[in-house]
Design a binder for this molecule. Sequence first.
Ligand code: CP
Length: 300
Amino acid sequence: MKSLLSTKELGKRELEHLLAKAQGFRKGSQKSIPKTVALVFTEASTRTSLSFQMAAQMLGMNCLSFSVESSSLKKGETLLDTLQTLEAIGVDATIIRTSEDWPSLNVDQETSMSLINAGSGHFEHPTQALLDAFTIKQYFADLNGLKVTIVGDVLHSRVARSNIDVLRKLGAVVSFSGPEEFADHSIEGVEWIDFDQAIQESDVIMMLRIQHERHSQGLSLSKEEYHNQYGLTLDRVQKMKPESIIMHPGPVNRDVEIADEVMSHPKSKILEQVKNGVYMRMAILELCLAGGSYGQLVSA
Ligand code: CP
């Protein structure tokens, strides 16, 4: 596998391979891959950008910093011209975040280097879904039959779109919850359930950030109303099953989708997700850059 643009490119076997590789890196496996990667982020990021840089450094890769603000993108150079320039310089893989949906960019056919989607518009955030599945596996050995509820702004969430695909391929039963105005009925086969029912029944509650920057019109609820009706308050956490966990891809709007005091609750695995992002991104970089096909890697 050369590039990772969508979770749709991954079957259950590839997912299990990545989960096993990430676990190996978490346990201390080391690998040196003498390649050069660049990060092109035209939209803000903390977790994804820095954990990819950390993952590349831990694999002994050369990681080129690329500031959009001081690049020729600011002079009107296109993303395609930028990618072809990076390839000509000798970059082996570019990790890209854009506010546009990946398919509308039409750039992947025009370059032969590896491309990794680090979050694109409403489309997908495949590496987030993979690190989320990896985090869930730290607490539940088998995802088969596990009840996962994704709560909140599903309509504008690339994280929800990638997670539903990955988690269902691994056997989890995924539901959505939250206000009706955030429902995305184009996603087939997912039940939209009552939030307080989800709190009591789910093994994993995955809260989503309200994606204000992607809204075409304002939310009908105030922040306080949203928090009261759909926020993960301490009162609600106390009704969760003893072994259930709380996740959030970050960044968090504290006291909107999650109460401030719940952030540091033992059930909250939010910083664990960030930590696991480094190991999963090492596994992804290895899969895309260390030797070509998935079949070769498996038999190696
Ligand atoms: N989850 C996530 O993509 O976070 P960043 O925007 O900080 O990268």
